[in-house]
Design a protein around this ligand. Structure first.
Ligand SMILES: [Zn+2]
Length: 299
């Protein structure tokens, strides 16, 4: 038992390490993909002067801390975002590695790490450019379908026979279609009512990806959870700006009602919360509350 616990800590540390490296790669993707540059070539270079970065100055988390966010080559101040992305990816990989070793199955570890990689990339790119690249939303949807076939436990199916695999693939496909169509219709009605685009096509495709990984319940949770996360983060920000605006003349890019705010990051946060453990509560709640209602309607 003690040996086993030692393994748990060791595997968690490996998760931290791999996550920090993956987070560093997300930073590269977030900078290069919107600019249509290759993510593999050239190797790491300074975003400002484009000089290549020596490996010992490119160690995730540590280099940023050691250089206090300043580039060694020029006067470029490396945004704190680089550090936070590496830290959050590192922690989420550690979480899924730990869950894997505790459940004695690599399924959740592999799927959880890939899913969090996709979602953290989407959060950063959507916040900075207001777009979600297809390779994450549509590519993510295809990966979700493949994982569902490879790991039926993703949709709580026991066994790995062909019947379980096909059932799991079908559940994933339903999640993809239901998730994106519900969000599409919410957007369509919002457009009619408010006469402005409330949702982008990117959000609809992203929800297809989330549905492929989480099933239809996860997709529906994500839509409403995403709206709640959005309110929880934007309302305090708006109040803070109001208070701050009294002291100074102008604030750069203030957030206000009716302004275009990317929805993708909030959807991604809600999906991560669902996938990381909220699914058990939601499944239980839906089967207690919703299924009896559906049975009444159906009978
Ligand atoms: Zn530089």
């Amino acid at each position: 038992m003690i040996e086993y616990l030692g393994d748990v800590h060791l595997i968690t540390c490996f998760g931290l390490l791999f996550g920090a490296i993956a987070g560093s790669f997300i930073n590269v993707c977030a900078f290069r993909i919107p600019r249509n540059k290759s993510v593999v070539f050239p190797p790491s270079s300074c975003p400002k002067c484009e000089q290549s970065i020596a490996w010992y100055r490119n160690i995730p988390l540590l280099s940023w801390l050691a250089q206090r966010g300043r580039a060694a080559c020029c006067s470029f101040n490396i945004p704190a975002r680089y550090f936070w992305v590496e830290l959050i990816t590192s922690l989420s990989f550690a979480y899924f590695f730990r869950l894997s070793i505790l459940s004695l199955s690599w399924d959740i570890g592999i799927v959880g790490c890939v899913f969090s990689f996709i979602l953290i990339s989407v959060i950063i790119i959507d916040l900075e450019t207001m777009t979600i690249p297809d390779r994450f939303s549509m590519g993510g949807a295809i990966i979700g379908l493949i994982f569902s076939f490879a790991y039926p436990s993703l949709h709580s199916f026991e066994g790995v026979d062909i019947f379980s695999r096909l059932h799991s693939l079908f559940t994933s496909l339903m999640g993809l279609l239901i998730g994106s169509s519900v969000l599409y219709w919410i957007g369509a009605f919002a457009y009619r009512i408010f006469d402005r685009d409330a949702l982008g096509e990117g959000d609809v495709k992203l929800l297809g990806c989330i549905g492929a990984f989480c099933g239809w319940k996860g997709a529906i949770f994500t839509i409403f959870g995403g709206a709640m996360v959005g309110c929880a983060m934007l309302i305090p920000l708006m109040i803070f700006q109001k208070v701050k605006a009294r002291g100074v003349d102008t604030i750069d890019n203030p957030v206000s009602w009716g302004q275009e705010v990317p929805f993708g990051p909030y959807l991604a946060v809600a999906a991560l919360i669902f996938f990381a453990g909220m699914n058990e509560f939601v499944d239980k709640w839906l089967s207690v509350k919703l299924v009896p209602i559906l049975n009444v309607i159906g009978s």
